[in-house]
Design a protein around this ligand. Sequence first.
Ligand code: ATP
Ligand code: MG
Length: 555
Amino acid sequence: MSEEKSLNFIEEIVEADLASGKHETILTRFPPEPNGYLHIGHAKSICLNFGLAKKYGGATNLRFDDTNPVTEDTEYVDSIKEDIKWLLEGTGNGWAQELYASDYFEQLYAFAVDLIEKDLAYVDDSTSEEIAIQKGTPTQPGINNEYRSRTVAENLALFADMRAGKYKDGEKVLRAKIDMASTNMLLRDPIIYRIKHAHHHRTGDKWCIYPMYDFAHGQSDSIEKITHSICTLEFIPHRPMYDWCIEKLGIYPSKQYEFARLNMTYTVMSKRKLLQLVNEGHVTSWDDPRMPTISGMRRRGFTPDSLREFCDKIGIAKRENLIDFSLLEFCVREHLNKIAQRRMVVFDPLKVVITNYELGEENLLSENNPEDENGGERNVPFSKEIYIEREDFMEVAPKKYFRLAPGQMVRLKSAYIIKCDEVVKDEAGNIVQLNCSYIPESKSGSDTSGINVKGTLHWVSVATALPIEVRLYDRLFTEENVGAAEGDFKEYMNKESLQILPIAYGEPSLGEATLQERHQFIRKGYFCLDKESTKDKLVFNRTVTLKDTWAKVNK
Ligand code: ATP
Ligand code: MG
C-alpha cells in the first residue's frame, strides 16, 4: 500500500538529488540529546530518518548530541538505544553507526581555531547581559563592541587559555564574527563556545569549554558526510549559520531540511515538561504508561508496528499541526485486534450458581483470536459456580435488554445458554447471587437446542478464577491543546488518568501471560502484563479501550 502513496516533500528532494547525481546514496542521522527519554515526537523523526534511508538504500547514523554536560546522562543514552531498537523491531532497519558529538570535541576545537585564524571568530569578555543588549532587536541593528577588533594572535592565545581552564564560567565566550546588523538575529555574531567547568558523561573533566548547538550540529553532520540533515521547523532560522560554518570552514556540504514537529492532543511533548512530571511525582517514572514516551507506550502495550503505522499515516508536514490522540489509539486497536489473545476477565463479580449443572468441572474450548486462523484454542474451565459482571444483570430490565434478567436467557461465551431463575439477596437487599439453570444441549460448537439468544456474556469459573490487578489508563490531560492553554500546564492534568482495580477475576490461562503477549479482555479492552507483575500478584495494564469512548464522554 505505502508504495502507492504520493511522495512527501523530503522524499521528493531525495529523489531529485539521486536523479541528478548530486548524491549516489543518502546518509541521514537521528541526533537525540541524551537529556531525557524519547517521546512519540522523536518516534516520528526516527521513522522519517530511518525510513528514508531504507527506502533509498542509504543508511542512518545514531548520533548523540551531547554537547551540554550539565543535563546529560548515560541513563538517557541507554534508554534511547533501547527505544529505537524496539521501535524498529522487525523492520530489518537500524543505525549504521553509534556516534557522539563529544567524540568530535577535538575536531570542533580545531574548526574554531581555523575560524579565528581566518579572522572569523573572536573572544568576547562581555557578560551575557551585555551581549544581549549589544545584540539589538529585530528592528534595530546590534553594535560592534571593543572585543570584536581583537587581533588573530590575541584571539588564538585567549581561546587556548579558555581551553586550559584559566577562566571561570561565563568570563569569556568565543563568537563567530559575522554581522551585527544581520536581519537574522542568529547571525549577529553568535556564541560558538562557552566556558563550563562541568563533568561530562563521556569526556569526564577533559574539557571546560563546550561548543554551542549551532557550532556542533552542522559540523558533526559534515564530519559524518550526512547528505540530508532533517530537523524540525524551529531550526529554519538556524540554517544560515549551518551553511555559513560549512562554507567558511570549507568542509563537506551537508544540507539541512525542516519538517513540522509532531504535536498531539491531550499530552505534552517537551522533554523539559516530561521531566517535570517525573520529578514532581505527577507520574511514577519516564515509562509510566500514561506518558507519551516510547518507553511508556511500550509498557502500556502499544506495539512498535502501531507506532510506525501512526507515523506513516500522519505524513510529513511543512506546517505546525496538532494530531488527535485518538488516531494513535486507532492504529493501536487495529494492530491489537489482529494479534491479541482473547481472554475472559470479570472486573466486578456477581456469583451465578447453575443449579442443574452436575458435571463437576469441564474444560471448554474457546478460540484465542477470531481474526487469526492459526490462533488456536485454549481450555477454559467451567463449573457450577461462575462469576459474571455485575453490570450484566438487571433485576428490572427495559424491553431491549439482552443481558441477564429474571426469567431471561443469555449465552455464556464458549459455554452454554443459561436462564436466570432466582435472585438471592442479603438482609440489606443487595443482590449477592443469581440461581440459574443451563440448557445442556446448548453447548457452544454443538448447540442443538434451537434456542436463539441475543446476548453473550463473559464469565469465569469461581473455583479457578485468578485474581489480578488491573490498571486502567486515560488521557494524561483534560485539555486538548495543552501547549496553548493558559497558565501552568500541570493545572490541566486529568485526575482520573489512572484507575486501579486491585482485584479482578481472570481465567486461569492468564497465569501464563508474558510481557510480550497482548490480550483482549473480552468486552473490556486490550491489555498487557505490566513489568511490575510478580508470580503472586499479576498486574495488567489497559492499553486501550475497544472503542473510542473519550469523545462521547467528554464532549
Ligand atoms: P524536546 O523539544 O521534546 O525537548 P528536542 O528537540 O530537544 O526535544 P532532541 O533530542 O534534540 O530533542 O531531538 C532529537 C531529534 O528529534 C531532533 O532531530 C528533533 O528535531 C526531533 N524531534 C524532537 N521532537 C520532535 C517532535 N515533536 N516531532 C518530530 N521530531 C521531533
Ligand atoms: Mg534539541
